[in-house]
Design a protein around this ligand. Structure first.
Ligand SMILES: [Zn+2]
Length: 264
C-alpha cells in the first residue's frame, strides 16, 4: 500500500501494511479490539504486521514509549481478529478497528504495560470512539472475541484505567469470598443461567446447561477482562456478581444484537 494520511491526529508515523482488504458488505467499524503483539522484539512485531504474506495486520500499533503508528486506514479491513465472534457477529475484522499494543505477552515474561503506553492507548481509543461512534461496551479484548485461542491483552491490562477515561465498559469487580462455584463438569440450571448471562453480554458460549471446556474458556476470558485478580475459569460468586453488575449497567439497546447470538 502507498502511504496515507493517518486517521488519528496523534499517530506520529505511518508504516503501510500490505495486509488488508475491504470491509464486507459495507460494514463500518463500531468496535475496537485491543491486542498485545506477543513477540520478543518490537521490530519483528512491526514487520509481522506490515510485510506481505504474513496475512496479519492491525490499524494501529502502540509502542512502549507511547508513540502510535498507523498501518491500515480505518476505512479498510485489517486482519487482526482471526476466527472470532461477538454478539452473534463472526466477521469481527469487518466491524472493528484493531489496535496492537507492543508487549511480549505471556510466552515471553508478560511485562507490565508502561503508563505512557496506556495513556496513548486511551487517547487513541477516545478518538476512534468519537470518529466511529463506538460505544464503550464495544471496546474489547482479543480474548473476549476468541476465548478458545487468545489471551491478549491479558489480565495485566489496566481496563479500569481506560474506563476512568471513558474507554471500555467496566465495573469494580465483586470481592472474592468463599462460595459455591460452578466449574468444569457442573450440569445445572445455574450453569444454563451463567451461559445465558455471558451470551447476553456478547460472548459466544453454548447454552447447554453443561459447564464444558468451551464454557470454561469463556469464563476465563471474562475474568481476564473483568475480574483479573483470579483467572481460573471457575464461576465463583465474585465472577457471577461482577457479570450481573456489568449486564445491569449496559445501555438499554446494547444487548439486542446478542439475543440472536450464534451458538456453535
Ligand atoms: Zn491478538
Amino acid at each position: 500500500m502507498k502511504t496515507f494520511t493517518p486517521d488519528s491526529s496523534i499517530a506520529s508515523d505511518v508504516i503501510p501494511s500490505a495486509n488488508y482488504g475491504d470491509r464486507n458488505k459495507g460494514r463500518q467499524a463500531d468496535m475496537i479490539v485491543l491486542h498485545y503483539t506477543g513477540m520478543p522484539d518490537v521490530e519483528g512485531a512491526i514487520a509481522q504486521l506490515c510485510t506481505a504474506g504474513t496475512e496479519v495486520s492491525a490499524h494501529y500499533i502502540v509502542l512502549e514509549d507511547g508513540r502510535i503508528v498507523q498501518c491500515v486506514p480505518e476505512s479498510k479491513r485489517a486482519w487482526h481478529a482471526g476466527v472470532s465472534c461477538w454478539a452473534g457477529e463472526e466477521d469481527i475484522n469487518s466491524c472493528s478497528i484493531g489496535v496492537e499494543i507492543i508487549n511480549r505477552g505471556h510466552d515471553w515474561g508478560y511485562p507490565d504495560f508502561p503508563l505512557r503506553q496506556i495513556a496513548a492507548v486511551i487517547a487513541l481509543c477516545r478518538g476512534i470512539m468519537l470518529r466511529r461512534n463506538v460505544p464503550a461496551h464495544r471496546v474489547l479484548a482479543h480474548s473476549d472475541v476468541a476465548p478458545a485461542r487468545k489471551k491478549d491483552p491479558g489480565e495485566k491490562f489496566p481496563w479500569h484505567s481506560l474506563a476512568n477515561s471513558g474507554v471500555g465498559h467496566w465495573v469494580q469487580p465483586a470481592p472474592i469470598v468463599r462460595s459455591e462455584a460452578l466449574k468444569l463438569g457442573s450440569i445445572s440450571d445455574d450453569v444454563a443461567g451463567l451461559q445465558a448471562a455471558l451470551a447476553r453480554y456478547g460472548y459466544n458460549v453454548p447454552t447447554s446447561g453443561k459447564f464444558d471446556g468451551a464454557t470454561m474458556e469463556v469464563v476465563t476470558a471474562f475474568q481476564r477482562h473483568f475480574r483479573p485478580e483470579r483467572v481460573d475459569g471457575i464461576a465463583d460468586h465474585s465472577t457471577m456478581t461482577t457479570l450481573h453488575a456489568l449486564l445491569s449497567s449496559l445501555p438499554a439497546d446494547a444487548t439486542q444484537a446478542a439475543t440472536t447470538v450464534a451458538v456453535k
